[in-house]
Ligand binder design. Structure first.
Ligand code: KG4
Ligand code: ZN
Length: 376
């Protein structure tokens, strides 16, 4: 894709420098989130600046003693036209965005940079160039203010978004983590103690949505668009395979291939097939992915006898997944936990809250620490 789009990319880079293709979408937290600190504080009441730049969102948040004061996200619209994130463009866009986004977060929080007592940043996993921008920026702040820098695991932070809830899950809880790059069932024993009990052996659920969208000619990211169109469609219109693996592991590559063959076969008979059936195709794909995800989660909950079940990550914004998880909880008499929309997709609030709990344990990262691109 990179080779084919070389001239397009060059043009896009020039556009970035001309500041025309760039769109900053700021989300503010409206209400401070109460009751986060159920444990007594160790020593201080930290004011944490959190920075997230793992992929294509530049985000900053400010938390006082675990309460969200500001949560700002700048989404990079430039990737839409390429059907996926172009790493080089993402790093450049982070460079361009990081200062205004951090300034916006501090302004919203009504705090001065000098008031910050610790800086949390995403250390990985993610795109290496993107991670470098956020981590170097965070380390620069830590060095100049002589405060700790806390490198946070992005996936743990997605799960940690639950600690921002007014009623956080009880430990242990099971969390289905579904993002663009990962699909896992995680047993969460404590704030920072997490055990992966299943993963995808190939594509992630978010990737399945994004790739299906690309085949349908829809822009990136495909998950939210498929979700939207699916609301008007019939989920039983078309049948796609639900993968069955040993244990609780997932696989989405078979679904991807079956969608491809299905579209090719039908388009060869009717060139307008996709246009005429778009809502039904989206509804059927969404239904299949959600059914696949929940089938293993339900089995894992029954086998482990854990009755507190959550979802996290970008795909947890999916309307059908949210609805079906609640239904599954009611049927089994389980408590279910669904993050608010602003904490599903990438955001710095989740980095901040995990950083908050790491800080309470006295954890910080040396200034020599480097980003990690893969899961540790
Ligand atoms: O967690 P996230 O923001 O970034 C990663 O860490 O990967 O997740 C992004 C993924 C994308 O694949 C996107 O298509 C998907 O989350 N996504 C959705 C929805 N909103 C975002 N998938 C299905 N339904 C949605 N409403
Ligand atoms: Zn993420």
């Amino acid at each position: 894709m990179l080779k084919n789009n070389n001239s397009k990319i060059k043009r896009a880079i020039l556009d970035i420098f001309a500041s025309t293709q760039f769109f900053i979408f700021c989300k503010y937290t409206h209400n401070a989130i109460a009751n986060i600190n159920t444990m007594p504080l160790n020593s201080d009441t930290p004011l944490i600046l959190a920075i997230e730049t793992s992929c294509d969102d530049t985000a900053a948040a400010v938390l006082y003693n675990g309460k969200m004061l500001a949560n700002i996200v700048a989404t990079q619209k430039i990737h839409e036209q390429y059907g996926g994130v172009i790493p080089e463009l993402a790093s450049r866009a982070h460079q361009q965005n990081i200062v205004p986004v951090v300034e916006a977060a501090l302004k919203k929080a009504a705090k001065n940079i000098k008031d910050i007592t610790a800086v949390a940043y995403t250390q990985g996993p993610g795109l290496v160039g993107s991670l470098h921008v956020g981590s170097q920026f965070a380390k620069g702040i830590a060095l100049s203010l002589n405060i700790p820098a806390i490198g946070v695991n992005h996936l743990h932070a997605h799960i940690g978004a639950h600690y921002l809830n007014e009623t956080p899950p009880q430990f242990p809880f099971l969390c289905l983590l579904v993002s663009g790059g990962h699909t896992q069932i995680v047993k969460v024993n404590d704030y920072l103690e997490m055990e992966i009990i299943s993963s995808t052996i190939d594509d992630a659920a978010g990737e399945a949505f994004d790739k299906a969208a690309k085949m349908l000619g829809l822009p990136y990211p495909g998950g939210p668009i498929i979700d939207e169109l699916a609301e008007q469609g019939n989920p039983s219109a078309f049948v796609f395979p639900v993968s069955k693996l040993e244990g609780y592991n997932y696989s989405f590559s078979g679904l991807k291939t079956s969608i491809l063959y299905f579209l090719q076969k039908n388009a060869s008979r009717n060139v307008h097939f996709i246009d005429e059936n778009l809502n039904d195709i989206c509804a059927s794909i969404r239904y299949t992915i959600v059914k696949t995800l929940l089938k293993n989660l339900e089995r894992a909950a029954k086998d482990t006898d854990i009755k507190h079940i959550g979802i996290a990550g970008g795909v947890s914004a999916n309307r059908l997944l949210r609805k079906e998880l609640s239904k599954m909880g009611q049927n089994n008499n389980w408590s279910t936990y669904i993050p608010s929309f602003e904490y599903c997709t990438d955001n710095a609030g989740m980095i901040g809250i995990l950083g908050h709990y790491m800080h309470r344990k006295g954890l910080s990262s040396p200034l020599t620490s480097v980003p990690y691109t893969r899961l540790k």
